[in-house]
Design a protein around this ligand. Structure first.
Ligand code: SF4
Length: 197
């Protein structure tokens, strides 16, 4: 458990009552790339304690990490993958009731934990996974609206030095793996490969 994220956090009463566990970020720090999803899934991270594992979306994301060389595993079903230069986290660290989207208040309550992870991981490339993560990160870091995912997916947004505190240098949004086509994932893999060169 990350030292700054108490496993008994009750800032969001509905989430604290629903979760099986608090799911902090996972992976080495510092890391070149940081993926930020919405919330731990009830069939995935809420069970394993590791973001983006076990459920279909998690396995699709893990397969993408393997292709990019960001995971040392060969099997996307591994629930505690050995990641290389890559860190996985979420906007909120507890599974919402009925797997609903976290509210703005819940995202705001958990934001200090996310910012602490960002500070510790110091990623060069930040990947919001899904539209809600893109909306929150673009608003918080750049003070701009996100627009539509079809205009955001796999398109690097360069950050001018001094625009926001510290890294990242680039934001590269990813359509949520639960909705992304194989072609979407191919496009994203190419875009992130180019940034990692
Ligand atoms: S989502 Fe974050 S702030 Fe809310 S109870 Fe869980 S750890 Fe605490």
């Amino acid at each position: 458990m990350e030292p700054h994220i108490p496993p008994t956090c009750h800032r969001c009463p509905a989430l604290a009552a629903n979760r099986s566990r608090v799911v902090p970020g996972y992976g080495p720090a510092p890391a070149r790339v940081m993926f930020v999803g919405e919330a731990p899934g009830y069939r995935g991270a809420d069970v394993t304690g590791v973001p983006f594992t076990r459920d279909r979306s998690g396995r699709r994301l893990q397969a993408l990490l393997i292709r990019l060389g960001l995971s040392l595993e060969a099997d996307p079903a591994v629930e505690r993958p050995r990641l290389r230069g890559c860190y996985l986290t979420n906007l909120v660290r507890c599974n919402p009731p009925d797997n609903r989207r976290p509210t703005r208040a819940e995202i705001g309550a958990c934001l200090p934990y996310l910012l602490a992870e960002l500070e510790r991981v110091q990623p060069r490339i930040l990947v919001p996974v899904g539209l809600l993560a893109a909306q929150v990160l673009l608003k918080h870091l750049l003070g701009r609206p996100a627009g539509r995912m079809r205009e955001l997916h796999a398109r690097p947004i360069r950050i001018e030095p001094g625009t926001c505190p510290g890294p990242p240098e680039v934001i590269l949004p990813l359509r949520h793996p639960s909705r992304a086509s194989n072609e979407d994932l191919e496009t994203f893999t190419s875009a992130l490969s180019a940034l990692l060169e």
